[in-house]
Design a protein around this ligand. Structure first.
Ligand SMILES: *[C@@H]1O[C@H](CO)[C@@H](O)[C@H](O)[C@H]1NC(C)=O
Length: 389
């Protein structure tokens, strides 16, 4: 659900008209004319990327104007409409490809610690979660586990409890498993809900939402701080009781769109390079970093790529389930995501807003992506193909 609408962006001609200075790099001997040409082109692309602030300015406008853009929401459609208009204003042709997207709705939600003291517990229902039964709050004792192994070893105590996962963060892709499968695993042993410590390296009382696998009990993220406190309370033998209320539910899939901009190559137009990013964001986040930035950096490549010898560039956006990107050359791709080491501090939170990014960061990303794209476009051979695509 995080990444439904990829937005495909564009690569454009630029005139290589500025004075190009060839820099000697110390670790590389520029022996051939080809090397020198490549260096000159890369330099021109980098200069072009650093002469424009439009990725940042457009992203700031889009995130301020439309805010969170969950798949299925009107805000996403408005943001797509605005983006399409801006691409047209750039003089490009945009195709719209209908795509079906899931539509999950959070509704109201809260959690309150009732014992051993009263405290508001910040939560963010996980995408795909159901609400609490019968539209009512549920109240239950808590069992804290720090791992799936611990859940297994305590399974006889799970019945009727809210399971809290206080898992250590060991990198996003590893720790993600708790958010995805925590509820499913807890419900097997009779839990009434699952609260999962936010998947993040660092917290300032931030809750990080995200998708979770289908389960028949409600599930939400809690802060790193609260998860750790519940662990301490349990270790002291204190009884922990929480009241949880969630209205989350899933509505029928909605129609949305991919925006596709194709720039035909001159020499080998039948060979295609695909760039793209998704336009949707979580419903609590303005989505400047996830995504927004990825899509808009692709768009920004328009300022940087000279098309003289390019293969066709097909900035195309698809959803993950039915991703047209994968039907093409399936190139390895750089991750604009790492534009900030702190990416996962903000990921899927209310704090993912434009103030966390700077124009310079987006310029660096656009430069890297444009040079990479240009280099791939000029390779003599195709990139390796994998049979599973
Ligand atoms: C997006 O633009 C189309 C075409 O102009 C329009 O029909 C549609 O209503 C717009 N979407 C929203 C949510 O306003």
């Amino acid at each position: 659900m995080a990444a439904m609408i990829c937005f495909a962006v564009l690569l454009f001609k630029i005139q290589l008209s500025f004075g190009i200075e060839v820099i000697e790099l110390p670790f590389y001997s520029w022996e051939t004319q080809k090397d020198l040409n490549a260096q000159r082109d890369a330099y021109a692309i980098i200069m072009a990327a650093f002469s424009s602030r439009s990725a940042y300015e457009r992203l700031a406008y889009m995130t301020d104007a439309f805010g969170p853009r969950l798949s299925g929401s009107t805000a996403l459609e408005l943001a797509l409409n605005w983006t399409k208009e801006e691409i047209l204003n750039d003089g490009l042709y945009v195709q719209e490809e209908p795509v079906k997207v899931p539509y999950w709705v959070r509704g109201s939600e809260y959690a309150t610690l009732r014992s051993p003291r009263i405290k508001n517990v910040r939560i963010a229902g996980l995408g795909g979660s159901i609400g609490t039964p019968n539209g009512k709050p549920l109240v239950a004792k808590v069992l804290v586990v720090s791992s799936f192994d611990e859940l297994e070893s305590m399974k006889s105590e799970v019945e009727g409890r809210i399971v809290v996962y206080n898992e250590e963060y060991k990198g996003y892709s590893t720790t993600l498993e708790y958010r995805l499968t925590g509820a499913q695993r807890a419900e097997k042993y009779g839990a009434v809900a699952a609260l999962v410590r936010s998947v993040c390296p660092f917290g300032l009382q931030t809750v990080h939402t995200g998708s979770s696998n289908t389960a028949s009990i409600p599930t939400a993220a809690i802060t790193k701080e609260d998860a750790q406190m519940f662990s301490r309370m349990q270790a002291r033998g204190q009884d922990i009781e929480i009241e949880l209320y969630m209205e989350a539910h899933t509505l029928p899939d909605q129609m949305s769109r991919n925006l596709i901009v194709e720039i035909k190559g001159e020499k080998e137009p039948e060979e295609v390079i695909v760039l793209g990013g998704h336009m949707d964001s979580w419903d609590i986040a303005d989505g400047a970093m996830d995504d927004g930035a990825g899509a808009y950096v692709c768009w920004e490549c328009e300022h940087g790529v000279p098309c003289g010898s390019l293969k066709t560039l097909d900035p195309r956006i698809g959803d993950y389930a039915n991703n047209p990107c994968l039907g093409y050359s399936n190139p390895p791709y750089p991750e604009p995501d790492s534009m900030l080491n702190a990416y996962f501090w903000y990921h899927h939170t209310e704090a993912d807003s434009i103030d966390k990014l700077s124009p310079e960061q987006l310029q660096h990303c656009a430069a890297a992506l444009a040079v990479w794209t240009f280099s791939i476009a000029n390779l003599q051979s195709l990139l390796p193909r994998f049979n599973n695509y």
